[in-house]
Design a protein around this ligand. Structure first.
Ligand code: ZN
Length: 74
C-alpha cells in the first residue's frame, strides 16, 4: 500500500498492516461502502474491507481471521 491508502479506522488499518506483513495483498479500490480488499494471491480468495464498518473491532477481527487462514498459502 502506498501513502494515501491508509484506512481511516486505526484498528482496521493495523489489521491491514498485519495482513501485508503475512504476505497478503491489500488493494484499495473505493467503491461505495467498500474500501478495498485483502487478497491471497496463491488461492485467489479475498475478503472485502468496508470504509465505515459498524464496529471497527469486528472488521479488524475479520481481516485477522483471513490472515491467519492464508498466511501459509504461498
Ligand atoms: Zn490463501
Amino acid at each position: 500500500m502506498g501513502l494515501g491508502d491508509r484506512h481511516q479506522k486505526k484498528d482496521v488499518e493495523a489489521a491491514l498492516k498485519r495482513a501485508e506483513r503475512a504476505g497478503l495483498k491489500v488493494t484499495h479500490k473505493q467503491n461505495g461502502h467498500d474500501w478495498g480488499a485483502v487478497v491471497c494471491c496463491p488461492c485467489n480468495e479475498r475478503v472485502v474491507v468496508h470504509c465505515t464498518p459498524r464496529s471497527q473491532g469486528n472488521e479488524a477481527n475479520k481481516i485477522d481471521r483471513f490472515t491467519e487462514r492464508h498466511r501459509n498459502c504461498a
